[in-house]
Design a protein around this ligand. Structure first.
Ligand SMILES: [Zn+2]
Ligand SMILES: [Zn+2]
Length: 245
């Protein structure tokens, strides 16, 4: 069985008190994160989930609500877990520099010392599939902000396919990537407001029938969709929700 746990279903602004973006994927022999927002430790510990079980993280892009938790994982691994096994951070070009700069800003002394476990960084490029052990990772480019390469992921693990939008405006790429997928976690930041950098509820609702996934769950929910939660017909993520595939 593959289990996806929504650790944080909120937007950058913590709408509705929801935590920042992170999704825990547990499959036979491997445990990893899709994104790692700054509330990662609170999210895992609320659920009684051991941060030490994490093998690696896939980062969609370098916005704080998606990657700001990595230094907190480092601190947890160093002081609470006494980790010795490697941890790998996968993300778009520039991931090592952004994470190291953030670590230095948050914990200057710790960042200047070597960690007691190897940290590896690997850059992912859109369209270049990567095998991470038994996990097949297919990053694809999504339209978000101009200044950052932003990735969505199609991940195949344990015989299941999970598609994650990252932060993105609506793109036909979602229709292509979700063909035959078991789960699509699609961001939906707004309802009335149309932005060139995020998906609004009417946009995803209008295209939901064209997606080839077995289950669509909208997430990264901002104030607007949360205000209308009772009237939304698409399945909405909430913090702590588990999705068994
Ligand atoms: Zn975001
Ligand atoms: Zn973003």
């Amino acid at each position: 069985m593959v289990r996806v746990t929504v650790l944080g279903s909120g937007d950058a602004f913590g709408a509705g008190g929801r935590l920042h973006s992170a999704y825990l994927v547990e499959a036979p022999g491997v445990t990893f994160l899709l994104d790692c927002g700054p509330s990662i430790l609170q999210a895992l510990k609320r659920l009684g989930s051991d941060p030490g079980a994490l093998d690696f993280v896939l980062l969609s892009h370098h916005h704080g609500d998606h990657f700001g938790g990595v230094p907190f994982l480092f601190m947890e691994f160093r002081y609470q877990q006494h980790r010795t096994r490697p941890f790998t951070v996968y993300g778009p070009a520039g991931t090592e520099r952004r994470v190291q700069n953030l670590f230095a800003a948050l914990y200057e002394q710790n960042a200047s010392e070597s960690l007691p476990f190897p940290v590896r960084y690997e850059e992912l490029r859109p369209g270049v599939e990567r095998a991470v052990g038994d996990v097949r990772v297919r990053p694809f480019a999504v339209p978000h902000v101009q200044e950052l390469v932003t990735l969505g992921f199609r991940v195949e693990v344990g015989g299941r396919a999970i598609v994650y939008s990252g932060d993105s405006a609506w793109t036909e790429e979602f229709v292509t990537q979700t063909r035959g997928a078991d789960l699509f976690l699609c961001e939906c930041s707004t309802y009335e407001t149309r932005l060139a950098i995020h998906v609004s509820y009417p946009e995803i609702a209008a295209r939901a029938a064209d997606l080839g996934c077995r289950r669509l769950v909208i997430t990264h929910l901002g104030d607007e969709p949360l205000r209308r939660l009772g009237e939304l017909t698409l399945e909405c993520a909430r913090d702590g929700m588990t999705l068994d595939l």
